[in-house]
Design a protein around this ligand. Structure first.
Ligand SMILES: Cc1cc2nc3c(=O)[nH]c(=O)nc-3n(C[C@H](O)[C@H](O)[C@H](O)COP(=O)(O)OP(=O)(O)OC[C@H]3O[C@@H](n4cnc5c(N)ncnc54)[C@H](O)[C@@H]3O)c2cc1C
Length: 389
């Protein structure tokens, strides 16, 4: 049997990059192609939340916990990831939300999520920046934060410096790092044991791992087409980032609206939640807030499912999110410096069943991996590990 020695990874997002890390760890040479000069998809547009708290009990929680372990290991080796085990607080605005948090804190797997229900004084003891109004909060110590704008270059630097892989395991013959990053190369064709990029250059390999993110057309298009039977859909989210806040926000934050979306909170108390505010309901918004290493606050998000997506940003959604954040912090937010939207690929439950992401062998020796949805940053290291078995 021919042994796999050289892998081409297509896609410089977090899924592709974590596959490169996992492949180098197993001693394979990796050639890594990205169509842009630098990845600029979902992986750099997200919150950097390594989010365990809201995962569905069972396989989803297990995948997130394994990934959390792998992130912590990588964080210790690659300081540039900005990994910090900051935990999160999900805050209840009123009694029905608090009752639902109480139910979640009593789940049989609450210990694995490191949940603790706190009253307002307990919340402030953990996160003194929270001077606003809330009825209580659920602390999840398992949640963590990374710096999304730094993660990909930091991991590539680590690979290029031979930070991973068995010692002395450079590519056959040239004694280099065993990792080659080729930005500005869009793959247009996958053939047995090779891929071709848009310049016409062929890249020989034993295995192709295709991680195209939300690029559901192009080279991945023929494998993901299928109309109503396509296993994946795209989702667009709005985000913003403020100037630095002088004070430390010690944990990530989520508001009560997040209880409507995350499957861990699909408990009897969810039916008792009051109606969502109209602006939040229209935008399918929840408040998530993370303080960046420089003190700025990343704030989101919204969810748009119907394509074609808007090309512009909806200010009503931002007004709602800003008001929510100010109500919890009890101070006006610093000036918003950046706004953006991002699109991720997500498996469709009605088609994909309980699959947490999409993986298929699309050609002999070519594997397509995408569709982790809003859990992709979190689960990426564990997804890559599963690809290599
Ligand atoms: C606003 C937002 C917030 C989010 N927040 C979080 C969060 O806090 N925590 C969490 O766990 N998840 C979060 N997610 C989800 C997470 O970001 C995604 O699931 C994850 O980044 C997907 O990674 P990816 O590598 O598959 O895709 P991408 O990051 O989109 O990367 C795919 C890459 O492939 C390249 N590519 C495509 N086709 C080709 C080709 N033919 N040739 C060469 N290159 C190609 C693209 O240019 C792109 O760089 C969020 C997503 C968004 C949009």
């Amino acid at each position: 049997m021919r042994l796999t020695q050289r892998i081409v990874v297509i896609g410089g997002g977090v899924l592709g990059t974590m596959h490169a890390v996992a492949a180098r760890r197993r001693g394979y040479e990796v050639v890594h192609l990205e169509r842009e000069g630098e990845a600029r998809g979902a992986s750099v547009r997200n919150f950097g939340l390594i989010w365990v708290s809201g995962r569905r009990a069972g396989a989803e929680l297990a995948l997130a916990l394994r990934a959390r372990e792998l992130w912590a290991e990588l964080g210790a080796r690659v300081p540039g990831l900005g990994f910090r085990a900051a935990g999160s607080l999900t805050l209840a605005g009123e009694d029905a939300e608090l009752a639902l948090l109480k139910e979640a804190a009593a789940l049989p797997d609450a210990d694995r999520r490191e949940f603790e229900l706190l009253d307002p004084a307990g919340v402030r003891a953990v996160n003194p920046a929270l001077r606003g109004e809330f009825a209580g909060g659920l602390l999840c110590r398992a949640d963590a934060i990374v710096e999304p704008r730094q993660v990909l270059p930091a991991l590539r630097g680590y690979l290029a410096a031979r930070g991973d892989g068995p010692r002395g395991s450079g590519p056959r013959g040239n004694g280099q790092s065993g990792y080659q990053w080729l930005p500005g190369r869009e793959v247009t064709e996958i053939a047995p044991n090779a891929v071709r990029d848009h310049t016409g250059a062929w890249h020989q390999c034993d295995l192709v791992v295709l991680c195209p993110g939300a690029a559901h057309t192009g080279v991945a298009g023929r494998y993901l087409a299928g109309g109503a039977l396509s296993p994946v859909r795209r989702v667009r989210l709005q985000m913003m980032q403020t100037a630095p806040l002088a004070e430390r926000v010690t944990t990530a934050l989520a508001d009560g609206d997040s209880l409507r979306y995350y499957p861990a909170y699909d408990l009897p108390g969810r039916a008792q939640l009051p109606p969502q505010e109209a602006a939040a309901e229209r935008a399918r918004a929840q408040l998530l807030l993370v303080q960046r290493a420089d003190g700025g606050l990343t704030i989101g998000d919204t969810h748009e499912y119907a394509e074609p997506f808007g090309f512009d940003l909806d200010e009503d959604a931002y007004d709602h999110l800003r008001a929510r954040a100010e109500a919890l912090l009890g101070v006006p937010l610093p000036r918003v410096r950046r706004r953006w939207a991002g699109v991720y690929s997500e498996v469709i439950p009605e088609v994909a069943g309980h699959a947490l992401y999409h993986r298929s062998e699309v050609e002999p020796g070519a594997v397509l991996v995408t569709g982790p949805g809003g859990r992709g940053m979190t689960c990426s290291p564990a997804i890559a590990e599963e690809t290599f078995g």
